[in-house]
Design a protein around this ligand. Structure first.
Ligand SMILES: Cc1cc2nc3c(=O)[nH]c(=O)nc-3n(C[C@H](O)[C@H](O)[C@H](O)COP(=O)(O)OP(=O)(O)OC[C@H]3O[C@@H](n4cnc5c(N)ncnc54)[C@H](O)[C@@H]3O)c2cc1C
Ligand SMILES: *[C@@H]1O[C@H](CO)[C@@H](O)[C@H](O)[C@H]1NC(C)=O
Ligand SMILES: *[C@@H]1O[C@H](CO)[C@@H](O)[C@H](O)[C@H]1NC(C)=O
Ligand SMILES: *[C@@H]1O[C@H](CO)[C@@H](O)[C@H](O)[C@H]1NC(C)=O
Ligand SMILES: *[C@@H]1O[C@H](CO)[C@@H](O)[C@H](O)[C@H]1NC(C)=O
Ligand SMILES: *[C@@H]1O[C@H](CO)[C@@H](O)[C@H](O)[C@H]1NC(C)=O
Length: 491
């Protein structure tokens, strides 16, 4: 295990031990850290390509030999990190793990800072090309596609909610991919997990794995109301990662005492691009005797394959890339559809937020607002058409930053709500039919790929019809006695 060192983040765990008084120094430290990143993220400009990060000092130089390994893994994100660990665990194999981004830091470990991480170099900064049927409220009709650029990938900037795929979905995937049905993957979910949940179905969770799973630590009053409303509509409160997914819960979260903390894989010396990769301005070549694994995430993996001549023939030919294998790479860019913007007002107290110092103190004790990424705190799975059927919608309750919505749209959404405590129930379509594409702009690896999300473009408009059904259900949720007891209103 020469190239990979696995460490858990012991220093921060000490700070975040429950009930320990947060020292004045650590509060000051986090305060100045936040101020620094706030300032830095306000200056951040969304990159248009990768040239800022990878630049050859001399285009003409031959690639330097970087040696020979059993495995080469491109991308130390969620998948790549786990693969690297598992492949080298026995000590028999050497793996080279290449990652474009740098290590995490104390700032990225605070879940509540997630909105700022999206405006930093921890995000690749992708966005879609202008869309006709979605993203209409955003600048230039372009949606942002945040993707982590760091050791541990998108999990460094994501929302940390622990939701496994539905059993039925795994059975479906398992039909074409033997070994990927639910029975086969469940042992690995359990093996990877260290759960401290109270309400968990026996046989579905693990205690000895590296991935810490707990309930979201920040549990505002409105979360309790949301769960009570679910009960009032006859929904169960349950372990949605257990026997049955249809029901509601406080979200299970991949944090430990409210910190973004799981197993960390620290890699020395490596910042890379491809198998012939660029590091500190120099080109290197590295070879593998067993396998080259591409784990660059939803957007970069297809980009890399296409650049290497693996993809739809007509697209590669058009760009002048020699075709190695004609395969439908990048043809199924499939994302769930969400609708944000159903903001309800309440008569709950809006007594001013405590000062930042208080939030940081709480966070160091493992509680409070900053332990949750953008205050997503609970959710549920339903199939409004077929009770007990495969859930078709996930409802999450949250409030938080909505980025880059045009000023007029933001004002239209929020004007009537100023000074009110608001909540937002966000529906996500779990099985949308619309599919988009990932293509190359040019054959230059430093150009960003072209993202066409194509949301709400299926022929019969079924996705839009479903979304409207789910939105109507949210009004039913807001009409439950418990939501009415806080005077829940739309506008
Ligand atoms: C805003 C947001 C919120 C989310 N919230 C949640 C949530 O609450 N719960 C949840 O389960 N999931 C969430 N997700 C999704 C989750 O983070 C991803 O599903 C997961 O990270 C995918 O893992 P991956 O290994 O495929 O890719 P990633 O984690 O994206 O890792 C890919 C890695 O490869 C690197 N890479 C790419 N190209 C190259 C290259 N050419 N050379 C070297 N390195 C390269 C990247 O820098 C990156 O580090 C969220 C995602 C986003 C964007
Ligand atoms: C990292 O780089 C340093 C200095 O270049 C070198 O001494 C060390 O052996 C390298 N470590 C690995 C794991 O490659
Ligand atoms: C601050 O922002 C700049 C530009 O956006 C970036 O290059 C730099 O890495 C950031 N600093 C830190 C410590 O993140
Ligand atoms: C979007 O609409 C414009 C104008 O009507 C049209 O030119 C363009 O082809 C459409 N794009 C897609 C992807 O349908
Ligand atoms: C699991 O989490 C608990 C509580 O945080 C901790 O005490 C225990 O050591 C963890 N187990 C492992 C295997 O990491
Ligand atoms: C909020 O509104 C409800 C319903 O109208 C009412 O019963 C309740 O007393 C109000 N609460 C406050 C704090 O105003």
């Amino acid at each position: 295990m020469k190239n990979i060192i696995i460490l858990c983040f012991a220093t921060l765990l000490v700070l975040s031990k429950q009930d320990q008084e947060a020292s004045k120094e650590s509060v000051q430290y986090y305060q100045s850290l936040l101020q620094y990143f706030l300032k830095n993220s306000s200056k951040w400009e969304k990159p248009k390509d990768s040239r800022k990060f990878f630049k050859l000092k001399n285009e003409e130089d031959e690639a330097v030999n970087h040696g020979h390994y059993h495995f080469i893994i491109v991308g130390a994100g969620v998948a790549g990190s786990v693969l690297a660990h598992r492949l080298t665990e026995s000590g028999k194999f050497q793996a080279l793990l290449l990652e474009a981004g740098g290590p995490e830091n104390d700032f990225t470990d605070v879940p509540g800072f997630a909105p700022y991480l999206a405006r930093s170099d921890f995000n690749w900064g992708y966005k879609t090309i202008p869309q006709n049927n979605s993203c209409l409220g955003f600048k230039n009709k372009q949606c942002n596609y945040h993707r982590g650029r760091a050791i541990r990938g998108t999990s460094v900037i994501n929302f940390l909610i622990y939701v496994r795929g539905n059993k039925e979905d795994f059975y479906e995937w398992g039909k074409d991919n033997p070994g990927w049905d639910y029975e086969n993957v469940l042992p690995y979910f359990k093996k990877s997990e260290n759960s401290t949940l109270d309400l968990e179905d026996p046989g579905y969770h693990g205690k000895d794995g590296p991935l810490s799973v707990e309930y979201v630590k920040y549990q505002p009053e409105v979360l309790k109301i949301f769960l009570e409303a679910a009960k009032q509509r006859g929904q169960n409160i349950l372990d949605y990662n257990g026997q049955n997914q249809n029901g509601y819960s406080t979200f299970q979260s991949m944090t430990r005492n409210g910190k973004r903390c799981s197993v960390k894989i620290l890699i020395r010396n490596i910042t890379a691009f491809g198998i012939e990769f660029i590091r500190e301005g120099k080109k290197y070549r590295v070879t593998a005797s067993k396998e080259v694994i591409i784990s660059g995430g939803t957007i970069n993996s297809p980009q890399l394959l296409l650049l290497s001549g693996i993809g739809p023939k007509e697209h590669l030919v058009e760009l002048g890339i020699p075709v190695i294998k004609d395969l439908p790479v990048g043809k199924i860019f499939h994302d769930y559809h969400v609708y944000i913007g159903l903001l309800f007002s309440t008569n709950m107290s809006t007594k001013s937020e405590p000062p930042l110092e208080e939030h940081i103190k709480n966070d160091l004790k493992g509680r409070g607002l900053l332990t949750a990424a953008i205050t997503i705190t609970g959710g549920g799975f339903e199939n409004p058409k077929i009770p007990h059927g495969l859930p078709s919608v996930e409802y999450g309750i949250f409030s938080g930053l909505i980025e880059e919505i045009t000023k007029e749209n933001w004002e239209a959404l929020t004007k009537a709500l100023s000074g009110k405590y608001i909540y937002d129930v966000v529906p996500s379509l779990l099985h949308p039919k619309s599919k988009g594409t990932v293509k190359l702009k040019t054959k230059d690896p430093l150009d960003f790929p072209v993202l066409e999300s194509n949301i709400f473009t299926d022929e019969n408009r079924d996705d839009m019809k479903e979304m409207l059904t789910f939105i109507k259900y949210i009004f039913k949720i807001s009409k439950t006695p418990v939501f009415q007891s806080i005077d829940s209103r739309y506008k």
